[in-house]
Design a protein around this ligand. Structure first.
Ligand code: LLP
Length: 425
């Protein structure tokens, strides 16, 4: 089946007989069985988004490397692996998860601005450091890689992460490709390293990568960045005297949380075709676009209160479970798990954390009455939801459930109070 767009929340989270379901399974039932709050994912939504992307990119030599930071549950990684995805990793912890999910090592790239000598030395004991390629983010990191590879006589493949100085026109806090952002190397830094180390015996410079930001909703910044990437590619190849193996175009494709206009996948693919006609291999690193709308946070009203005109809905979930609204003022749709026929009321929706920023929404119309036990689903929480959650205020992290091909599977147990103090001596 050809799909031309990413999953949207209502594709997998829809009402059946007044009950909100995930692909037909009522969320209230899952909440009852596994407890509240609860992360719930639709395997079908992940499959649909993956296939939509693959189908748009048909004919292009592209390997999808899922950005594990968006959702690092091993079962989700296994599902993506079964679809053919590789992964983009940014820590030894993520590398370990990729290992457990059995993602082939040659399909892994290792990014990250602060890879430590200890982490690198450990990885260098494996053939090609246990990855397809290491994406280098600074000159000092590259020099350390050269040192370790030569000392250990351990050959490794690298690519330079290029900071093209392009404004992705997204939230300031999730922009990564401007000069003032901390990521990557400038053109001049990359050319210097190529001139000085291009013929190193153990470190092979095989590619260039970019990632200009996240939740990008127009193609223009990509157009601009791809053009600069191509220009640098030619310069690097000129110095090396050979062609690079691959270019990595990063992630960043935005999704619909509310009513944003988002990038058409076919237009994204056409842009790639326009810029990279003769590149032997391309990687892309989507995170959010594959997972965001495949997940919801199911939560419950604990109390509500009314002061003058202001009504506050207090949930059993908090910014420790889903930090995006508090951190970026991000919008997430909130809907009741059971339609009661009540009229929508305007609420401020808060969590139980002792922080003034612990808001999920302000002035939001939701059809709940404010009674304890009423359940809500916070949508589009599949990416940067659980993976950014914490135990702040000493609250256990939540359980995660995957509904896929008619089966309901607990893919992470709820933490216990004992788990929270386990490491304290
Ligand atoms: N590749 C690299 C090198 C990245 O740093 C990222 C995201 C991605 C790929 C995936 O980008 P995506 O396709 O998901 O946009 N916590 C923020 C998003 C931070 C993104 C960090 N890097 C949020 O919740 O909006």
């Amino acid at each position: 089946m050809k799909r031309s767009r990413l999953s949207e929340p209502q594709d997998s989270f829809y009402y059946q007989k007044k009950e909100l379901t995930v692909d037909g399974v009522p969320l209230s039932k899952l909440s009852k069985k596994f407890g509240s709050p609860l992360y719930v994912y639709s395997g079908q939504a992940i499959r649909n988004s993956y296939h939509a992307l693959q189908s748009a990119l048909k004919g292009l030599p592209v390997q999808v490397c899922f950005a594990v930071k968006a959702n690092s549950n091993i079962h989700i990684l296994k599902l993506l692996n079964s679809l053919g995805a590789g992964c983009d990793l940014v820590s030894s912890g993520e590398w370990h998860r990729a290992e457990l999910a059995k993602i082939p090592r040659h399909k892994r790239v290792l990014s990250g601005v602060a890879k430590t000598a200890q982490e690198l030395e450990q990885l260098f004991q494996l053939p090609n450091a246990g990855v397809g390629s290491i994406h280098v983010e600074s000159a000092m990191e590259f020099e350390l890689i050269v040192l370790i590879a030569n000392a250990m006589k351990s050959p490794v493949t690298v690519a330079f992460r290029y900071n093209p100085d392009v404004d992705a026109k997204t939230l300031d806090k999730i922009s990564t490709g401007r000069k003032r952002d901390k990521f990557g190397l400038t053109r001049e830094e990359i050319l210097d390293l190529v001139v000085n180390y291009g013929d190193d015996e153990f470190v092979r410079i095989a590619g260039l990568s970019i990632h200009i930001g996240s939740q990008i909703t127009t193609l223009k910044p990509y157009d601009h960045a791809f053009k600069k990437l191509n220009e640098l590619k030619l310069e690097v190849e000129d110095h090396l005297g050979c062609e690079l193996d691959y270019l990595d175009l990063g992630g960043g494709i935005g999704v619909r949380y509310q009513n944003e206009k988002v990038i058409e996948l076919d237009a994204y693919a056409s842009l790639i075709r326009k810029h990279f006609k003769k590149v032997p291999k391309l990687l892309i690193e989507p995170g959010r676009s594959l997972l965001a709308n495949a997940g919801a946070l199911v939560t419950e009203v604990v109390y509500s209160k009314e002061r003058g005109n202001n009504r506050t809905l207090i949930l059993d979930s908090g910014m420790n479970d889903l930090v995006r609204p508090a951190l970026y003022e991000a919008y997430h749709e909130m809907i009741p798990t059971t339609l009661s026929g009540e009229k929508a009321i305007t609420w401020d929706v808060v969590g139980g954390i002792c922080e003034s920023t612990d808001y999920f929404a302000k002035n939001r119309k939701i059809a709940v009455e404010g009674f304890p036990g009423e359940k809500l689903a916070i949508l589009s929480a599949g990416a940067y939801g659980f993976s950014m959650s914490s135990t702040y205020n000493t609250r256990p992290r939540l359980a995660e459930v995957l509904v896929d091909q008619g089966k309901v599977k607990l893919i992470r147990k709820r933490e216990t109070l004992e788990d929270l103090v386990r490491h304290e001596l």
